[in-house]
Design a protein around this ligand. Structure first.
Ligand SMILES: Nc1ncnc2c1ncn2[C@@H]1O[C@H](COP(=O)(O)OP(=O)(O)OP(=O)(O)O)[C@@H](O)[C@H]1O
Length: 283
């Protein structure tokens, strides 16, 4: 619901390319201090949606307000930052120079820049590479430079389109920490990812979309909408999915027969498969 805490308000948004409708009647809100993930299969229209939020694409119909401003105005006033899908940093700059340049472009006052550039470098763990030429960094480290540039000096809204694609586990965790830190500092973060475990770890709320929004809510709430629990036992029965009520009887029986077993609750990936089918590319 829209409230005093709402920073992004999207209502009745439509976008087509020729005859292809990519976003259909999208309604989304994001509050300060919230991480919101937009999830869906390839071609679901996630990037197209984000491009409208950061003012790179014009919507056909509907409204987007960011702190009460149009996306173009919000971008011009420096309240948001973005890491677009497949973005590359400027290769001929050094790490600290890159972050500083992007922060300056957002109009930060000079006195504060040094401190928040250093803070961002620390958060993503690039301290040893502060003065390295970006050209010489690995692909994953270049991604860290982009994320550091986006979170530095805490813009009110941070937009990240698949920020961890192709990133190793250690650097992925650094990006997660950066996102959590931004959230804890009061920024709103909107991101897309195909890594459902990542969405589950990070998000306060998720939107599942395929052209239009099909489901939304906190990950825990969406998981609880699946009416089963999975029990894997060593007695040859393999895995079975039973209702929560039945689970009590099954588990009592396994305990009585001294059979080893594991219980698995539904994950966000199970929700995704339920909504979109199992031909998706989630990890
Ligand atoms: N500029 C464009 N012109 C024409 N069609 C486009 C354009 N941009 C995107 N599309 C089409 O719109 C649809 C949605 O694309 P979009 O990139 O928004 O999906 P996505 O959910 O971000 O996909 P992915 O998960 O693969 O990144 C696709 O069918 C794509 O081919």
């Amino acid at each position: 619901m829209k409230s005093r805490d709402t920073i992004v308000w999207i209502e009745g948004l439509w976008k087509s390319f020729g005859s292809l409708v990519v976003n259909e009647d999208i309604n989304i809100y994001i509050n300060y201090g919230e991480v919101v993930s937009v999830l869906g299969p390839n071609g679901a229209g996630k990037t197209t949606l984000l491009r409208q939020v950061y003012g790179e694409l014009r919507s056909d119909k509907g409204e987007i307000f960011i702190m009460g401003m149009s996306p173009g105005k919000a971008r011009g006033s420096g309240v948001m930052s973005v890491v677009p899908q497949e973005a590359m940093p400027f290769h001929l700059l050094r790490v600290a120079e890159h972050i500083e340049m992007l922060v300056r472009l957002r109009g930060m006052s000079k006195g504060m820049i040094r401190q928040c550039v250093d803070e961002a470098i620390d958060i993503v763990g690039l301290g040893d590479y502060r003065n390295s030429l970006i050209y010489d960094l690995s692909g994953g480290m270049k991604r860290l430079v982009l994320v550091a540039s986006a979170i530095a000096c805490r813009p009110r809204l941070i937009i990240l389109d698949e920020p961890t694609v192709g990133i190793d586990a250690q650097n992925r965790r650094r990006i997660w920490e950066a996102i959590r830190g931004a959230r804890d500092g009061g920024s709103a973060v909107i991101l897309t990812t195909h890594y459902l475990h990542e969405a589950e770890e990070l998000s306060d709320r998720v939107y599942l979309m395929n052209r239009r929004i099909l489901m939304d809510g906190p990950p825990g709430e969406l998981r609880r909408r699946l009416p089963w629990v999975e029990i894997r036992s060593d007695d040859g029965a393999g895995s079975i999915r039973v209702s929560w009520d039945e689970a009590v009887n099954v588990i009592n029986d396994l305990v009585r027969r001294r059979v080893r077993f594991e219980v698995r609750e539904p994950s966000l990936e199970d929700v995704f498969i339920e909504v979109f089918g199992d031909g998706h590319e989630a990890e």
